[in-house]
Design a binder for this molecule. Structure first.
Ligand code: UGA
Length: 476
């Protein structure tokens, strides 16, 4: 199949590389001339596991890069729109890039094509795309508009694409559904998984994945509702973690107890400093706005967003209660991206926390395995220094804060860290360590939804002791 993917951001580039991996002839289109040149030279603009391998494997063969949308449309049977849908000031999705691409596609159409929404868009966007294409002269028989939402996570995007829980195709005609089924056939038939040298099934996903064919509107709703549900799960567990803190219960034990109920499931039940990234914050606002337009006030989503914002303030209160005053304190910060495994800092809770710490007069010593360069662009501040390792960041710091869940942050050399820090204080916003082990290693350790522990008492009776539960923050 000949496929054009318009937009080479996280979703577009991964989709283009993965379609090529499945065996299709793919043209990746972007209007950013520099980015296209970079991709043509073999450079990889984003940090994404397995993406460099796929680009190297298929570049100049099954995968080409271009700025010429019209030519690509002329050569392709399916055109995937994967351009940005940023939030407007009102919170709804800005669909102007989608509209612009739809118009250009309409003008270049030269035979039956399927135009597929890959970007996250509000329900009824497919109808709008159809309408503008007709207005721009496309013949109604020459195209169909489909929705094929993506459920990939940054950091594991390639794996999520090739080993998905399900493939959702929203198509309103059989002709269109058939073409999309053909595109995913190497996966749904299981044929891809029999090949040699494929991208490994790291998380042991069930293959082949099922394909769910729905109407275009249902598929659009599936995407927004999935992200909203996952964000709700995170805010729910953060709220429960806050109750755990107040009563001295342990959120890890609570999660084990509720997550083993197959109806609830263990995944996305990790409490922390709240969700961030380019998807959940934007999509919750957009979904809430879509609901309002349909006449439904989705108050649950407002509360999910409010709990999420409060989670950052609660973390800052933890830092204050561990250090008393903040002005002039040196703090080592591990993690600047919105989560581990990515260099993306969009809507990163960590960046927000760093900004607040700076406002309170702290000196920040930061380390992130991939996001430093991007963070520097938005945190141009002489009070923040960037370091090459967690230990260098911890050097002479008054405390260490863990803000993203990079696997390497969960495997730190604790004696080395302790000797680098001025005080052995760790405030863990991602619950990467076991409190008892931290106390035994000589740390004063505070995390989310679990009792704080302090080393000094642990040393006396060989057991970590819970710190006074009624710190001002806990009493709140
Ligand atoms: C999310 C969805 O998980 C994907 O299915 C979806 O395709 C994507 O948005 C999108 O719409 O494009 P992503 O934003 O890459 O993916 O990241 P997640 O892994 O979902 O994490 C989002 C945020 O939630 C991060 O800040 C993460 O740290 C936080 N999180 C996640 C928690 O606080 N607790 C959890 O248990 C899980």
């Amino acid at each position: 199949m000949r496929i054009a993917v318009v937009g080479s951001g996280y979703v577009g580039l991964v989709a283009a590389a993965c379609f090529a991996e499945l065996g299709h002839e793919v043209i990746s289109i972007d209007n950013d001339v520099e980015k296209v040149a970079m991709l043509q030279r073999g450079e990889v603009p984003i940090h994404e596991e397995f993406l460099p391998e796929l680009l190297a494997r298929h570049r100049s063969q099954k995968l080409t890069f271009s700025t010429d949308l019209r030519e690509a449309v002329g050569q392709s049977q399916a055109i995937f729109i994967a351009v940005g849908t940023p939030a407007t000031e009102m919170g709804d999705a800005d669909l102007s890039y989608v509209e612009q691409v739809s118009r250009e596609v309409a003008q270049a159409i030269n035979g039956y094509k399927v135009v597929v929404e890959k970007s996250t868009v509000p329900v009824t966007t497919s109808e709008w795309i159809r309408r503008v294409m007709l207005l721009d002269g496309a013949d109604a028989d020459q195209f169909d508009v489909a929705s094929n939402p993506e459920f990939l996570r940054e950091g594991t995007a390639v794996e999520d694409f090739l080993y998905p829980d399900r493939i959702v195709v929203g198509a309103d005609t059989e002709r269109c559904a058939t073409l999309l089924r053909q595109i995913y056939e190497p996966m749904t038939s299981g044929e891809y998984y029999q090949r040699n040298n494929i991208i490994p099934n790291v998380s042991n996903a069930t293959v082949p994945p099922p394909i769910i064919v729905t109407s275009a509107k249902s598929a659009e709703l599936i995407k927004h509702a999935s992200n909203a549900f996952l964000a709700t799960k995170i805010s729910f567990i953060n709220a429960v973690a806050n109750i755990c803190e107040a009563v001295g219960a342990d959120i890890k034990e609570v999660c084990e107890g509720i997550g083993t109920d197959a109806r609830i499931g263990r995944r996305f039940l990790n409490p922390g400093i709240g969700y961030g990234g380019s998807c959940f914050p934007k999509d919750l606002k957009a979904f809430s706005s879509v609901a309002r337009e349909t006449g439904y006030d989705f108050r649950l989503l407002q509360e999910v967003m409010a709990i999420n914002a409060e989670q950052r303030s609660r973390f800052l209160r933890k830092v204050r209660s561990a250090l008393w005053t903040l002005k002039g304190k040196k703090l080592a910060v591990l993690g600047l991206a919105f989560k581990g495994g990515t260099d993306d800092i969009r809507e990163s809770p960590s960046i927000e926390i760093v900004k607040c710490l700076r406002k309170e007069g702290c000196e920040v010593r930061a380390f992130d395995p991939a996001a430093t360069e991007r963070a520097q662009e938005v945190l141009a501040d002489s009070g923040i220094s960037y370091h090459r390792s967690p230990y260098e960041a911890a050097e002479a710091a008054d405390a260490l804060l863990i803000l993203t869940d990079w696997p390497e942050f969960a495997r730190l050399d604790l004696p080395r860290l302790k000797s680098a820090l001025t005080y052995p204080i760790m405030i863990d916003g991602r619950n990467l360590y076991d409190p008892a082990a931290m106390a035994a290693a000589g740390f004063i350790y505070s995390s989310v939804g679990r009792p704080d522990v302090q080393a000094s008492i642990a040393k006396q009776n060989g057991k970590p002791e819970k710190m006074a539960a009624a710190t001002p923050e806990k009493a709140h």
